[in-house]
Ligand binder design. Structure first.
Ligand code: PHE
Length: 379
């Protein structure tokens, strides 16, 4: 008898939660959904961004939470697979009642989530997706990183000026929105400064044999090769380029940044260059404090750019909730859109009219099996 009474009460409360749009914010916590590539081909991206996000949420909760409530972070894995993100993001919104969504690193998967968040009126903050189309989806979509028209220009200038390369080849992953976009902006940048594109070749992320394309690139005799890919593919490309005697600087963007690039690529990636969002060895107090806290929480592991951006995405969202004075999704959206000077680990964030963060990039070089900071480029 007693038991039945309890069951029916909980059934009623479930029904009420469902009818009220599932928002659990009336209770003692604010539900934040996160989607990430925790397993699969780009697992280090998702693991890093998730760890940064988790550290931010734990830090906020230890200090009493936001608006007097604890943040409840619900994390879903999309396995680095196309198609899986829509399943998990729909679940986070409709079943779990997330008032905002954090995610993810790879642009193609953020592009899958963005229309779902937009249609449901749920603000989404991507930590690290740099393709311009992500935030173009609609007024609920934000990011805490720079975009690829900037990153492409930064690397075009670096290649032509610092490396003095005038004839450049471009090797693009045609399965990735990120790679296609960054290749395009890089090429435009090269042409603008009077450089020449001597070869343009394609691959499909996940390929294992790049020798045919690399042979074609070699015969075009470039001074440098730009490969806007992700780390697993780039490591294999670098190994095969070395085997074929293509001994010119290889360059890329933030997609290179993973310890796995070094583990697989070894001496084949030595000396090459890429742009990214942050350097853990940069001399800033905010970076030093974050690196200390992250290492303490995750067994001495050094945080990469995705970890820093994951942390920033959650802190940025929490700041928006505070300024909104409410965990209502629309109020959060409006507060995020009004962000003018948020101090993030990866630099100061001002959200522009396109809901992108206007921030500096850094250029790193693989040196003695590590990523070495070379320079910071302001927008
Ligand atoms: N910018 C990449 C994308 O949009 C993802 C990425 C971000 C990779 C940061 C590494 C570091 O797909």
């Amino acid at each position: 008898m007693h038991r039945r009474y309890f069951l029916s009460l909980s059934a009623i409360s479930c029904l009420l939660t469902a009818l009220s749009g599932c928002s659990k914010t009336g209770g003692d916590s604010i539900v934040i959904g996160e989607f990430a590539s925790l397993t699969g081909k780009e697992a280090t991206f998702g693991i890093s961004s998730h760890e940064g996000t988790l550290l931010a949420v734990e830090t906020l909760n230890a200090a009493g939470g936001v608006l007097g409530k604890k943040l409840e972070l619900l994390t879903e894995d999309n396995q680095s697979k196309a198609g899986e993100t829509s399943n998990v993001v729909n679940k986070l919104i409709s079943k779990d009642g997330a008032v905002a969504i954090l995610g993810e690193v790879a642009s193609s998967r953020s592009l899958e989530a963005a229309p779902i968040c937009q249609q449901n009126g749920i603000p989404m903050v991507s930590p690290a997706s740099t393709n311009p189309k992500v935030t173009e989806t609609g007024d609920h979509i934000f990011r805490v990183c720079f975009i690829d028209p900037f990153q492409g220009t930064v690397m075009a200038n670096f290649v032509t000026k610092s490396l003095n390369a005038k004839k450049v080849a471009v090797f693009t992953d045609v399965k990735s929105d990120y790679s296609k976009g960054l290749a395009k902006f890089f090429k435009e940048g090269i042409l603008k400064v009077g450089g020449q594109i001597v070869a343009e070749l394609d691959f499909n992320g996940g390929d294992k044999d790049f020798k045919a394309q690399l042979t074609a690139i070699k015969s075009a005799a470039p001074d440098a090769v730009f490969i806007p890919g992700y780390y697993t593919d780039v490591a294999l490309i670098a190994i095969q380029a070395k085997q074929l005697g293509l001994n010119v600087p290889l360059c890329g963007g933030d997609g290179w940044e993973s310890q796995t690039l070094l583990d697989i690529g070894k001496d084949a990636v030595e000396g090459h260059y890429f742009s990214t969002h942050y350097a853990s060895d940069a001399a800033s107090p905010a970076v030093a404090t974050f690196v200390e806290a992250y290492k303490k929480r995750f067994n001495g592991k050094m945080p990469d750019a995705m970890a820093a951006l994951g942390y920033d995405s959650a802190m940025f969202l929490a700041d928006g909730i505070k300024r909104a004075g409410s965990a209502d999704s629309k109020a959060i959206r409006d507060a995020l859109a009004a962000t003018k000077d948020f101090e993030a680990v990866t630099g100061k964030i001002a959200i522009n009219a396109q809901r992108d963060a206007v921030k500096s990039a850094v250029i790193l070089q693989v040196k003695d099996g590590k990523f070495k900071y070379l320079e910071t480029v302001a927008p």
